[in-house]
Write a protein of this length. Structure first.
Length: 257
């Protein structure tokens, strides 16, 4: 198996604790929840950061975990992981979907114990047709048979249709929301798209929350905030029209189920 060296900076303590809580809740989502989509409503909400550290923590906890970079239009993983490879010769998901490589050619072991990757090594302008091809579904299914967790970093739901398409092939989805920035209407639309795709919503991650302020309070997740800007809430129901305090109470009751 080919090797990729990755480098993720250590997180501040409070942020690491918040991510560890996320990891624990993902672990208790059930043995049949293997293909997990990480997406957001719009760009720059932190989904790739959350995906990266969730992958790393699951792997370090002893679970064979593979990270699949499906943000084929605007991937940031090469920079995020400080990976050094040749864009023209290193095989990635883009090559597999195009029929230029096979399964074993695009899976890489890493210097993270139990951590594996399927990188995107070349950006594509319009990958939708390739994602609709049966090869992509087969890839995810094979990965889920060989690894305990398949973490899938996808494009934002509000930007292109790719995210909803990918969600339809996954066992569960986590929606990343940026505190004080993401409009409530866009959050509701993203939750609706996940529901319509047939993918189970595992929860939401409230990112970059300032726990000293009140900017995130309107989402109903204030009590889950952490000092370095990470928070999370689980169990949000896409069709729930109750007020934010009711939603927060539901999150508390369903955490870890």
């Amino acid at each position: 198996m080919n090797q990729l060296n990755v480098n993720l900076p250590e997180l501040p303590y409070a942020v690491s604790e918040a991510m560890n809580r996320l990891r624990i809740n993902i672990k208790f989502c059930g043995k049949n929840t293997r293909k997990i989509l990480l997406t957001s409503c719009q760009p720059n909400e932190g989904k790739s950061t959350i995906s990266s550290y969730l992958w790393k923590m699951l792997a370090e906890a002893g679970f064979p975990t593979v990270l699949v970079d499906v943000d084929l239009r605007k991937s940031v993983m090469k920079t995020r992981f400080q990976m050094d490879y040749d864009d023209d010769t290193t095989m990635g998901l883009n090559h597999y979907l195009s029929g230029m490589a096979e399964y074993e050619d695009v899976i890489y072991s890493t210097n993270i114990p139990n951590g594996y990757m399927v990188p995107c090594t070349q950006l594509l302008e319009n990958p939708s047709a390739l994602l609709e091809d049966v090869r992509f579904k087969e890839l995810l299914n094979t990965l889920s048979e060989n690894y305990r967790f398949v973490i899938i970093d996808s494009p934002p739901l509000g930007s292109v249709s790719d995210g909803a398409l990918i969600a339809s092939l996954c066992d569960g989805a986590v929606l990343v929301v940026r505190a004080g920035t993401t409009p409530r209407t866009l959050i509701k639309q993203s939750l609706y798209e996940i529901q319509q795709s047939g993918c189970k919503l595992l929860g939401t991650v409230l990112n970059r929350a300032d726990v000293k302020g009140r900017a995130y309070g309107k989402y109903g997740y204030g009590k889950y905030g952490y000092g370095y800007g990470y928070g999370y809430g689980y169990g949000y129901e896409p069709k729930d029209k109750k007020n934010s305090s009711d939603s927060a109470a539901a999150d508390k009751n369903s955490t870890g189920n």
